[in-house]
Write a protein that binds this ligand. Structure first.
Ligand code: ADP
Ligand code: MG
Length: 225
C-alpha cells in the first residue's frame, strides 16, 4: 500500500460568479502533496494561487472535484466540521501576517490551541514558548505585534501555524510584504522546518524564492500544468 498523501486534489474546479460574469479561478486542478514535501505553487497574478490555498485550507468551497486531506475526503463537510479539521490539520501563513494586535506574541501563538480546546493554559503557553524558540523569538514573548519588524511578525505567524503540529502548512506569498533580507530569512526558516519534517505548500510569484522548494508547480489561468 502506498503511503497516504497529505493533499489529494482531483479535478478541482472553482468559479466565482459576479452578476452575469463567471470567472474560473481553478479549472480541473489535480495536485498530490506527499508527507514531508515542500511544494511551491507559482504563476502570475490572477492565475488562481490564492483561491487554491483557500480551498486547500478549507476556507473556501469549490464547485467540482474531490479533495482528500490526510486520507479523509473533506469535499462535503459542514461548516463546523471544516473548522475542526482546519484547526487540527492545517497551519496558515499569510502575506499580511494576520496577527491579533491586542494579543502578545505568546498569546497569538497559543491561540490555535485555545480554540482547539482541551489543552490547559500552562501547557498552551509551554508549547507556544517552545515553537517561538524554534523560530528564534524566545526573547519577544511579551511583545505586541506592532513592536516587531515585519520579518519578526512573520516568524510569529509561522510559530502560530506550527503550534498545533498540523499535517501541512499553507503559506500564501509569505514574503510578499518583506524586504529582501527578511524575505530570505523567512524562506530559510521555512526550508529548515521542512528539513525537520514539516510538509509545506508555498505560493509565490518570485521564481528565486520558489527555487528553494523541492518541487515547483506552475499555474496559469486556473490550470496546473
Ligand atoms: P492569484 O492569487 O494567483 O493572484 P486569485 O486566486 O486571487 O489569484 O484569483 C484568481 C481569479 O479569480 C482572478 O481572476 C480573480 O479576479 C478571481 N477572484 C478571486 N477572488 C474572487 C472573488 N472573491 N470574487 C470574484 N472573483 C474572484
Ligand atoms: Mg494571491
Amino acid at each position: 500500500m502506498t503511503e497516504t498523501a497529505v493533499i489529494e486534489l482531483t479535478g478541482l474546479t472553482k468559479r466565482y460568479r459576479l452578476e452575469a460574469l463567471d470567472t474560473y479561478a481553478l479549472r480541473e486542478v489535480n495536485l498530490r502533496i506527499e508527507r514531508g514535501e515542500f511544494v511551491a505553487v507559482t504563476g502570475p497574478s490572477g492565475c488562481g494561487k490564492s483561491t487554491l490555498m483557500a480551498v486547500m485550507g478549507l476556507l473556501l468551497q469549490f464547485d467540482q472535484g474531490r479533495y482528500r486531506l490526510a486520507g479523509r475526503d473533506v469535499s462535503d463537510l459542514d461548516g463546523d466540521t471544516r473548522a475542526l479539521v482546519r484547526n487540527r490539520h492545517i497551519g496558515f501563513v499569510f502575506q499580511s501576517f494576520n496577527l491579533i494586535s491586542e494579543l502578545t506574541v505568546l498569546e497569538n501563538v497559543a491561540l490555535p490551541l485555545k480554540l482547539r480546546g482541551g489543552v490547559a493554559r500552562r501547557e498552551r503557553e509551554r508549547r507556544a514558548g517552545a515553537v517561538l524558540a524554534r523560530v528564534g523569538l524566545e526573547e519577544r514573548l511579551e511583545h505586541y505585534p506592532h513592536q516587531l519588524s515585519g520579518g519578526q511578525q512573520q516568524r510569529v505567524a509561522i510559530a502560530r501555524a506550527l503550534v498545533g503540529e498540523p499535517d501541512l502548512i499553507l503559506a500564501d506569498e509569505p514574503t510578499g510584504n518583506l524586504d529582501s533580507h527578511s524575505a530570505e530569512a523567512v524562506m530559510a526558516l521555512l526550508a529548515e522546518l521542512n528539513a525537520a519534517g514539516t510538509t509545506l505548500c508555498l505560493v509565490t510569484h518570485d521564481a528565486r524564492l520558489a527555487a528553494r522548494a523541492g518541487r515547483i508547480v506552475p499555474m496559469l489561468d486556473g490550470r496546473m500544468h
